[in-house]
Design a binder for this molecule. Structure first.
Ligand code: CUA
Length: 181
């Protein structure tokens, strides 16, 4: 009896990946990496955040006594730091106008008393959905003075004889600081 040689060993199964499949796996990994880097870049360089489901609120309690949305508006928390409660309804934002000094940081809290609305402040990172039953929140920093338009970006006008989605609109006035002598 001779010693077993290498030839007698059962062959190890080898993983065969087709050349084109290997190329596509690399392309897929590359694309995924680029998208991931784009998300990280957007969140760090542009401050783009995912709107948080900050809290739930029953739509029938939005207008109840003690609810911050019963008497919505702007509150100053500290110099240059504000919170703004905005109530959305078909078809208006309440309040429709707010004023803050330039350089302010404003955290917006919004909810809806009826249907789904959008909450987009042009030229800022604020773009979120406003849903009945939920309080949406995002924070913006207003570095430049000017007027910023707040628009509804969810079609909220279907189903009735009248439509007003395109009129659902508000404004954020970022005022120059008064000059100190
Ligand atoms: Cu509200 Cu469209």
């Amino acid at each position: 009896m001779s010693e077993p040689t290498a030839v007698d060993q059962p062959a190890q199964p080898t993983l065969h990946i087709d050349r084109y499949e290997a190329i596509w796996i690399r392309i897929t990994l590359l694309i995924t990496t680029v998208f991931l880097l784009a998300i990280i870049f957007a969140s760090m360089a542009y401050g783009i955040q995912v709107p948080g489901a900050y809290k739930r609120i029953k739509p029938e309690e939005v207008m109840a006594k003690g609810s911050p949305f019963a008497d919505p508006g702007l509150h100053e928390l500290a110099p240059g730091k504000y919170e703004a409660y905005i109530r959305a309804a078909t078809w208006q934002f309440t309040p429709g106008e707010i004023h803050v000094p330039v350089g302010s940081t404003v955290t917006f809290y919004a909810t809806s008393i009826d249907v789904q609305h959008g909450f987009r402040i042009l030229e800022t990172n604020i773009n979120m959905m406003v849903l009945p039953g939920q309080i949406s929140t995002l924070t913006a920093h207003f570095e430049k003075a000017g007027t910023y338009d707040l628009i509804c970006t969810e079609y909220c006008g279907a189903g009735g004889p009248t439509i007003g989605h395109h009129t659902m609109y508000g404004q954020i006035f970022v005022d120059e600081k008064p000059k100190t002598e």
